[in-house]
Design a protein around this ligand. Structure first.
Ligand code: SF4
Length: 343
């Protein structure tokens, strides 16, 4: 049965019309979805007949929190959620001084094949619906007991491989009838699907675009990211420039530092040369070491030197703070290890 959280206000209006109900009821229903109620019968201002129709057409079930891990170091929470069909996804809630942030998944698994990522090991199982992405934020707020004000689409899945559902999610989460989270408080991360970057630029939104770059040459990128066989770094950068022109937004480049793979002084210099003059920001990410591969984390002193070189090229750079290191489970790893224990 369809989950009502999958509907936009316009879709619900249409449903009301088709079901001979007044249009204003749709706003009432949507408002209830963001209050602490469990089922349609709790929607006090609706007539009984409408509640019955809703009950027989929709569910408003939330994903079940299968496991919750909380970092004793910084309060970061990782949630393993079971969807209606039993598939498992994960999301991470981070507490910052400027507010709570959630990293959501957009697919069950992923088919992009990035070598450093546990989400892709078993491939893509299925896309998440807009409602399933949204419900991660809603459940996150319930677990936390506080508002979440920032969202990053950087969990399992490639958002642009599930484009329509992701766009719908962004519209609902931003709407004043939804969670009303500002577009500028949302970051979408892609491995670099060029035509979708162009489409996204044309959506007329103000989302921060983040590109998983991780390499400064196409050959090296191909070794760790199969998508590089399809789109070159030059094509990605051209698409990013188009995004910047259309939106006026600064683009973020994610660069995971892997010891003795892409963390040399030469790498820092070529990254600086590549991005010099582009309205951008680099996020240096010391990798999470996972048991599925042998990649090692760059030493913190070397990370600082790498960042310093980028700054010398005028490229704004931050080193991503490690969050929840004591509940260490890189993206996709929690789901995998849980599934292994169930076998
Ligand atoms: S890093 Fe992102 S795009 Fe690459 S395999 Fe993992 S989830 Fe997919």
């Amino acid at each position: 049965m369809k989950n009502i959280y999958d509907l936009t206000l316009d879709e619900l209006k249409l449903w009301m019309k088709e079901n001979k109900e007044s249009e204003f009821r749709s706003k009432q229903v949507i408002e209830w979805l963001y209050k602490d109620i469990k089922n349609f019968d709790d929607m006090k201002n609706l007539p009984k007949a409408l509640k019955e129709k809703l009950n027989s057409n929709f569910t408003m079930e939330l994903p079940k929190v299968e496991h919750e891990y909380t970092s004793r170091l910084d309060g970061t929470k990782k949630l393993l959620l079971a969807l209606q069909d039993g598939n498992l996804i994960e999301c991470v809630i981070m507490k910052y001084n400027h507010g709570n942030s959630i990293c959501v998944s957009t697919q069950v698994g992923c088919r992009m094949g990035c070598k450093f990522c546990a989400s892709t090991i078993d491939g893509r199982v299925r896309d998440l619906t807009a409602g399933e992405i949204l419900l991660q934020v809603i459940v996150g707020q319930k677990v936390l007991g506080e508002r979440i004000s920032n969202i990053v689409l950087m969990g399992s899945g490639e958002p642009f491989d599930n484009y329509d559902n992701v766009i719908k999610f962004l519209k609902i989460v931003n709407a004043d009838y939804g969670l009303n989270i500002g577009q500028r408080h949302i970051t979408l991360s892609t491995c670099g699907i060029v035509p979708k970057i162009i489409d996204f630029a044309d959506e007329d939104m103000q989302i921060t675009l983040a590109i998983s770059l991780h390499s400064t040459t196409d050959d090296r990128r191909k070794e760790i990211m199969p998508i590089a066989n399809k789109y070159s770094i030059k094509e990605i950068l051209d698409a990013c420039k188009y995004y910047i022109d259309k939106t006026g937004r600064r683009v973020s480049f994610e660069y995971s530092l892997v010891k003795e793979v892409n963390d040399s002084l030469e790498d820092a210099k070529s990254l600086g040369k590549l991005l010099k003059g582009i309205l951008c920001h680099v996020n240096l990410i010391p990798i999470n070491e996972i048991k599925e591969n042998s990649y090692k984390k760059t030493d913190s002193e070397e990370v600082k030197i790498f960042a310093k070189i980028l700054k010398e090229y005028g490229v704004e750079t931050t080193v991503r703070r490690e969050m929840g290191s004591d509940i260490n489970a890189a993206c996709g790893q929690l789901r995998r290890s849980y599934m292994e224990t169930q076998k």
